[in-house]
Write a protein that binds this ligand. Structure first.
Ligand SMILES: [Zn+2]
Length: 201
């Protein structure tokens, strides 16, 4: 299990206050680096980055958690439901540069099923924050299990990390793969079915 995430809420800042504070700190970074903020290309950078960060870290905002409507499993569908190759973009919590790739999410329902578009919404919610790939994988599977109480669930994420690719001698294009599973996916035949569905194009 990955470490729980600590989020310190700053309730005293409204939306504009947050943008101003972010912009202030971005200016601090730029001037510390010795850059001239009168350069026309840098003049508005503080505001642009502040706005971009509130977008990229949208998952931290109050009320960002997706409302998940589940439906009764009237057909008593008992097999695997998989949504694969869901693209996502996130930011590495260690370096604040992007990591991005695809997630493959599956579950086997019990009493409740999930609208198919919701997989991407759940992934997005947890991706839009400073994040670790391991934690993202766990958070998505935990969310599914909490909301659906399925027979089991599994998430595989394949991602490229720019903090790895842009620095040092690491291989560009290397994929980091993480997986998390619950319930019936602990059984090997179920995992094999997941991998089989994954391989099919
Ligand atoms: Zn990193």
């Amino acid at each position: 299990m990955s470490e729980p995430e600590t989020i310190i809420v700053t309730p005293d800042l409204d939306e504009q206050g947050k943008l101003d504070t972010l912009a202030y700190h971005v200016r601090g970074i730029l001037t510390t680096l010795g850059l001239d903020l009168n350069d026309p290309n840098l003049a508005e950078t503080d505001r642009r980055v502040a706005k971009m960060y509130t977008e990229m870290f949208h998952g931290l905002q109050e009320g960002a958690e997706p409302t998940i409507t589940t439906f009764p499993n009237e057909e008593c569908y008992g097999h695997m439901v998989m949504e694969k190759d869901i693209p996502f973009y996130s930011m590495c919590a260690h370096h604040l540069v992007p990591f991005y790739g695809h997630a493959h999410i599956a579950y086997i329902p019990n009493e409740r099923i999930l609208g198919l578009s919701k997989f991407a919404r759940i992934l997005e919610f947890y991706a839009k924050r400073p994040q670790l790939q391991e934690r993202l994988t766990e958070q998505v599977v935990t969310f599914l299990v909490d909301k659906l109480e399925p027979k089991g669930a599994m998430v595989v994420i394949e991602a490229r990390h720019l903090c790895v690719e842009m620095r040092g001698v690491k291989k560009p294009g290397a994929l980091t793969v993480t997986s998390a599973l619950r319930g019936i996916f602990h059984q090997k035949p179920v995992r094999e079915e997941f991998l089989d569905l994954l391989r099919r194009s």
